[in-house]
Design a protein around this ligand. Structure first.
Ligand SMILES: Cc1cc2nc3c(=O)[nH]c(=O)nc-3n(C[C@H](O)[C@H](O)[C@H](O)COP(=O)(O)O)c2cc1C
Length: 180
């Protein structure tokens, strides 16, 4: 198996972390992986807020519902990345959206998120993407300006405990040859 496939197959969402810091060098590698991610017409609508300050992480934890399984880890992780998007650029041409799906920022950020998770995993770091929180409150907390959205947090650090692989649909179940 190639190294990339191996990373894709063995990545897990991690929700329990060690206190150990993540070096700037490791963080830079992860950000570099975002940089080389594909995006609509290379529009690169992502903006990333790096949060390390414990008080700020507490505030972000406060905008997450109690039942979110990643909640405890928001304060535990050494680094939290808030993936933000500039609106009205992805999927647009000459000021108009080109497809029925309108703004493709969620798509582009999804790819960037996977880049973060795989690059982190490649360096021995664990991650979990968290999208279940109050986005308006998070946006205010981090000073995200109008015309941008705070879309998803990615918690990152050294795993204290792995997670078991959750069951996946088989390839046959979702693959359709020639017609749906
Ligand atoms: C867009 C998105 C949002 C997610 N939001 C949360 C979340 O709010 N809290 C959480 O604990 N996990 C969240 N997850 C992680 C998923 O639950 C996890 O990826 C899925 O159950 C598969 O498990 P695995 O990542 O360990 O393979 C999210 C994942 C994605 C892709």
């Amino acid at each position: 198996m190639g190294a990339t496939l191996e990373m894709i197959r063995t990545r897990r969402s991690i929700r329990d972390y060690e206190a150990k810091e993540v070096s700037q060098e490791l963080l830079n590698q992860v950000l570099e992986a975002v940089r080389w991610s594909p995006s609509w017409a290379n529009t690169q609508c992502w903006e990333i807020v790096v949060v390390k300050d414990r008080a700020r992480k507490r505030e972000l934890q406060g905008v997450m519902p109690k039942f979110n399984p990643a909640r405890k880890a928001v304060v535990q992780v050494p680094v939290l990345l808030m993936l933000c998007a500039k609106l009205n650029v992805s999927g647009a041409h000459g000021g108009e959206f080109m497809t029925k799906f309108g703004d493709w920022f969620m798509f582009d950020l999804g790819i960037a998120a996977q880049s973060v998770c795989l690059a982190a995993h490649d360096q021995g770091l664990g991650t979990v993407i968290a999208g279940g929180f109050d986005h308006e409150k998070a946006k205010k907390l981090l000073g995200v300006p109008e015309g941008y959205e705070a879309v998803a947090m990615i918690l990152m650090g050294f795993p204290a405990r792995g997670s078991k692989a959750l069951k996946r649909r088989t390839v046959d179940e979702f693959t359709h040859y020639e017609r749906f």
